[in-house]
Write a protein that binds this ligand. Structure first.
Ligand SMILES: Cc1cc2nc3c(=O)[nH]c(=O)nc-3n(C[C@H](O)[C@H](O)[C@H](O)COP(=O)(O)O)c2cc1C
Ligand SMILES: [Mn+2]
Length: 529
């Protein structure tokens, strides 16, 4: 059970007829992205929506290289990635884990054993170098050159080539816990890249923690918040610091490792908005029902998936920032340049004939549309833990995850729709949600037309719209300030007298079941479905 590597996954895709090999010569500059974009947009609205996975086997300028794109780009492949018939199966497994019933008798205890054993066996397993195919080739010093891989440029206005599907590993300096996050990396040259972890993400906090340590130590009672709130992204505005503090933190390093081309569960775990306490390697183990094998890096104190195609090892210097971007993003717009940390590569290890895993983001639907759908399904039980009145949620593709969430609730008291909005704005990365529409439980939020009908009919705009201020997604180009702006919630539930609504509320239209049953065969005869 569980694919051990990208190669196992590729084999399974091939066997299932989900993979197309591209034998024509194609450039990694724009051409691959255009082909993957067309695949992603094909079959829209049908069961084949999302097109096939693509293995490019003839990369212009990179003899023998192979690039995999669109591996997650359909509902079926997302299900295949986790070997389930429906993503809700994973939600159910999480639900069981989250609601352990206190065993009252021996039988109950016995029933719990498989679950506990299952979880116990899912922690990552450290293997030796000889069992780690990612170490087949090890490059140090002058041999380190990330540009030997066919790294893509996906849009014409991009600042350069980008590693688009990296699993970035860092360590929490306080707890020692690892984090794996997917943050794009702009390639500056063979030995350095950008590190686009946005300020609210876990790796950015790992960096700030080291900065607080280093600066505080050097400067005595320096206000570390002032140091870290200087308006730059993950690090600090050194211009507002005393010179001796700047000197002290310059040169201090945070180790970083990057795995590219891992098994699908591990790659997916890097995008999961899990609490920082939960390590992604364990999430991946849980998703694939088999522990992830990891191996020690050569030059840094971190572990990476042993079966990865490519591993980059290196560091980020605490005080160093460099201009990153622009980048054609999953909003359908370019994100403009900003200052981000720089990743310096000290060592590269890879398989003998590495396959580069890549994606293109852009106007939805794209590959990440399906990844976001999977996050939505898997996270629903966890959201319900803190917001139990939630029945269902939908992140429509056009909302690009952070712009729009449709939520249905079981409403039991006045003002509850607003309570739910605020809870969502306070829940991990759901804080970024720009617009939330709340409807009653009898509205299927997966049916966007139905939600629009309700929202249009059920609101008195001045009364039912809730504005608030807070952190917004870095990709939001309309907010008044970068990373900070307003959000809107629309209460489209039926209004109650307890909420000051004293007019009668009409029934929605429905036809009696008896009538429907009676005309069923007549309609069939007419070809009306
Ligand atoms: C294809 C893709 C690219 C992404 N690129 C970035 C990025 O460049 N920067 C970023 O902060 N988040 C990016 N994300 C979102 C993060 O992976 C996501 O927020 C994840 O939960 C971060 O992990 P963390 O919570 O451990 O920090 C991307 C997601 C996907 C699917
Ligand atoms: Mn994380």
């Amino acid at each position: 059970m569980g694919y051990e590597s990208l190669r196992d996954w590729l084999k399974a895709l091939d066997k299932a007829g989900e993979l197309k090999r591209v034998k024509a010569e194609v450039s990694p500059v724009l051409e691959m992205a255009e082909i993957a974009d067309r695949a992603a947009k094909s079959g829209k609205g049908t069961k084949d929506a999302g097109g096939p996975a693509l293995l490019f086997e003839n990369v212009a300028g990179y003899k023998g290289a192979r690039v995999l794109m669109n591996q997650f780009g359909s509902e079926r492949r997302m299900q295949m990635a986790f070997e389930v018939e429906a993503l809700d199966e994973i939600a159910k497994r999480i639900d069981v884990l989250m609601h352990p019933v206190a065993p009252t008798g021996l039988m109950d205890k016995l029933k719990m054993l498989p679950m506990l054993a299952e979880v116990g066996g899912l922690f990552p397993k450290v293997v030796g170098k000889k069992d780690a195919p990612c170490k087949e080739v090890i490059l140090h010093g002058d041999d380190v050159d990330v540009l030997k891989f066919p790294i893509l440029q996906t849009w014409p206005g991009d600042g350069g080539r980008y590693i688009t599907l990296p699993c970035v590993v860092t360590r929490d300096p306080k707890s020692g816990k690892r984090n794996v996050g997917m943050y794009r990396m702009q390639v500056y040259d063979g030995k350095s890249t950008g590190m686009h972890w946005q300020r609210q993400k876990v790796a950015a906090e790992h960096l700030r923690d080291r900065l607080r340590g280093a600066a505080g130590h050097a400067a005595g009672a320096v206000d570390v918040m002032a140091l870290t709130a200087g308006g730059t992204v993950a690090a600090v505005d050194t211009s507002s610091m005393p010179q001796h503090v700047v000197t002290k933190i310059r040169g201090e390093r945070m180790e970083v490792a990057v795995a590219i081309g891992t098994d699908p569960a591990t790659t997916f775990s890097a995008i999961v908005p899990a609490p920082p306490e939960v390590e992604e390697y364990l999430i991946a183990g849980f998703l694939r029902k088999k522990a992830v094998e990891i191996v020690k890096c050569e030059t840094v104190d971190l572990e990476v998936p042993a079966h990865a195609e490519i591993v980059l090892e290196g560091y980020v210097e605490l005080g160093e920032l460099r201009t990153e971007g622009p980048f054609g993003d999953h909003t359908g717009f370019y994100t403009m340049t900003d200052e981000y940390p720089v990743f310096h590569i000290t060592c590269i290890t890879h398989r003998k004939d590495p396959i580069l895993a890549a994606t293109v983001v852009g106007k939805p639907p794209m590959e990440d549309t399906w990844m976001i759908k999977a996050v939505e399904r898997i996270f629903l039980p966890l959201m319900k833990l803190t917001i139990p009145e939630i029945v269902d949620i939908n992140l429509p593709a056009e909302g690009v995850a952070h712009n729009l969430m449709l939520v249905s609730i079981r409403k039991s008291y006045a003002g509850q729709a607003r309570k739910v909005m605020h809870a969502i704005w306070g829940l991990g990365q759901a804080m970024f949600t720009k617009c939330i529409v709340v409807v009653d439980e009898d509205c299927d939020v997966q049916d966007v037309s139905e939600v629009m009908l309700r929202a249009g009919n059920n609101i008195d705009p001045e009364r039912d719209i809730q504005f608030t201020m807070g952190p917004v997604d870095t990709l939001d180009h309309a907010s008044r300030l970068p990373n900070y702006g307003s959000k809107m919630g629309i209460d489209a539930t039926r209004k109650w007298a307890a909420e000051g609504f004293t007019r009668p509320w009409p029934q929605m239209l429905t036809m009696p079941e008896a009538v429907k049953a009676r005309v069923e065969s007549i309609c069939e005869g007419l070809g009306i479905k």
